[in-house]
Design a protein around this ligand. Structure first.
Ligand code: GLN
Length: 554
């Protein structure tokens, strides 16, 4: 029988509920408890795949091709497990299923209502996720904050679920925020009290309150929250903002949360062993030379739009004992005079995924700069396509080479729509999504970084390398270093006569874990490290770590 830990949020959003859920997952993973984490998103979109990154941040793609909330990326990186489409339930999915069942006649004679039909559907999805994952403990994060109208059916569903499984097998954790009033130097508990009152109004009494605050929370403040919110004193936990998100599981364990949950849910098994996780955090926090990496994209004003890319670069940096100093570069700025100044101090350039033509010429310029100046370059999905367009224009001399995504009538469509995407009109969930195998071509730089012959990688695209140009490109020095097993699709390109210029049609970043960086990203950072070593040796003496492989048992 699965036990449930429900995580809700109060007061304000963006205080780290997702990291908290992921960290609780890590605590029990480190106790050898079979565990999974899911997210319930109350918005009406079926998935975030059609939302702008400015609305929603990155779209995280699971191995089975679901376009999901970015919190799933945190869960995967913290619990080191591949999640699936069952791990992200949205109101859009629930409602569209119910409505198609109604049209089919499955409810003939009945009136369809939020309670019980919607709440039942939510409960079934949660129970299915528990069953499918085989988890003893399922952490269920509810998106949004208490008080959001669209969140109500979800809160009612988890209330009922706890009633059904019993008090010993489910726990409610509420993550709130304590505002600090500077003139009186006080931390205020009232918003937390109100949020708990709101929760109680929905029939949910929290068992644990996690208070986010960057100020010390005095004992009397914790006592007050405990008394007014009717939560045991030891279950009122202060969570400050930390230098690295990977530190949160350690803080929560130190605060006694793991022990408290284990006791309340009667979880037996070995004590939590976070020693390898703590080592990882020590490595992250240790002073390291800085490696300056340009991330050239169009959504750089919101760093969450490239969350997994950022984390994957940090993981690779950690492997090489470097701090990645990310330069967030708006691709459109590279279309303006003086653009070289923006790139001249970086040790490596990443062009991540994206859609639409805004900023494309700036990205192509970044690729050209990387190629001509032998600066390591990593293209992820769109970044790979950009690398191909740049090569076609400037090496093959096809000056109007382009992707048909940006120039439908170009004479040289070096990137074209995939044949099975032609005529696809529905936008939601119709791209080439999720894991597909990729055969690594022996003798390439890519083969050296991977050291395996075939890999599964996660995709999210409609356009591909045009095979009509394959031979000419290869002859001129752009190799197809990764191919679909039937040789039809180019999955990885790389340049000869360049220390590291590679692009993947897939999103390498989704597979990276803190202790297991993605091979291509690791190769890219390793190559940029050489630039750092040659260029700035006096400024940044490299610290050699005695321990090259990171040990984190998972
Ligand atoms: N827009 C490109 C395509 O659809 C790249 C997609 C991406 O970067 N995820 O092929």
């Amino acid at each position: 029988m699965t036990k449930y830990i429900f995580v809700t949020g109060g007061v304000v959003s963006s205080v780290g509920k997702g990291i908290t859920a992921a960290s609780i997952g890590r605590l029990f993973k480190s106790r050898d408890v079979p565990l999974s984490v899911i997210k319930l998103d109350p918005y009406l979109n079926v998935d975030p795949g059609t939302m702008s990154p400015y609305q929603h941040g990155e779209v995280f793609v699971t191995v089975d091709g679901a376009e999901t909330d970015l919190d799933l990326g945190h869960y995967e990186r913290f619990i080191d497990a591949d999640l699936t489409q069952s791990s992200n339930v949205t109101a859009g999915q629930i409602f569209s299923n119910i409505i198609s069942q109604e049209r089919h006649g499955d409810f003939l004679g009945g009136t369809i209502q939020v309670v019980p039909h919607v709440t039942n559907a939510i409960k079934s999805r949660v129970r299915e996720a528990a069953e499918e994952s085989g988890a003893d403990v399922l952490v269920v994060e509810v998106g949004g904050t208490v008080g959001d109208i669209e969140g109500q059916p979800f809160l009612e569903a988890i209330r009922q679920l706890r009633h059904e499984v019993g008090r010993d097998d489910a726990l409610f954790i509420h993550v709130t925020y304590l505002p600090y009033i500077s003139p009186t130097q006080e931390l205020k508990t009232k918003p937390t009290q109100h949020s708990v009152k709101e929760l109680r109004g929905l029939g949910i009494q929290p068992d644990v309150i996690i208070c986010r605050s960057d100020y010390d929370v005095p004992e009397e403040v914790k006592e007050k929250i405990s008394l007014f919110c009717d939560v045991e004193r030891r279950a009122v936990i202060h969570l400050p903002t930390v230098e690295t998100i990977y530190e949160v599981p350690l803080l929560l364990e130190d605060s006694g949360l793991g022990e408290y949950i284990a006791e309340r849910l009667a979880l037996s098994g070995p004590a939590t062993d976070l020693s390898s996780w703590a080592k990882l955090v020590d490595r992250i926090k240790a002073p390291k030379p800085k490696l300056s990496i340009a991330l050239v994209g169009k959504y750089v004003a919101l760093h969450d739009a490239y969350l997994s890319v950022r984390e994957a670069l940090y993981h690779a940096g950690l492997y090489h004992d470097l701090d990645i100093d990310l330069q967030w570069i708006n691709a459109e700025d590279l279309e303006q005079p003086g653009w070289e100044d923006i790139l001249k101090t970086v040790h490596g350039i990443v062009v991540p995924g994206g859609f639409g033509s805004r900023g494309i010429e700036g990205m192509i310029r970044a690729a050209q700069y990387a190629r001509e100046n032998k600066i390591p370059y990593l293209g992820l999905c769109l970044g790979m396509q950009v690398m191909v367009i740049e090569f076609a224009r400037n090496i093959l001399g096809l000056s109007d080479a382009n992707s048909t995504e940006f120039a439908a009538n170009t004479d040289h469509p070096v990137i074209t729509i995939m044949s099975d995407q032609e005529g696809v009109e529905d936008k939601g969930g119709t791209m080439r999504l999720g894991n597909y195998p990729c055969r690594i071509v022996p003798g390439t730089i890519t083969a050296r970084t991977y050291s395996v012959e075939e890999v599964d990688e996660r995709h999210r695209h409609r356009f591909e390398f045009n095979n009509d140009y394959r031979e000419t490109m290869e002859k001129a020095g752009l190799l197809c270093a990764g191919l679909s097993p039937d040789d039809r699709l180019v999955e990885i390109t790389e340049l000869v006569e360049h220390p590291f210029m590679a692009g993947s049609q897939f999103h390498a970043e989704f597979r990276s874990r803190p202790n297991r960086p993605h091979p291509l990203i690791q190769g890219f950072v390793g190559s940029a490290k050489e630039i750092l070593r040659e260029g700035d040796q006096a400024q940044f003496p490299l610290i050699k770590s005695p321990e090259r492989t990171m040990s984190l048992e998972v």
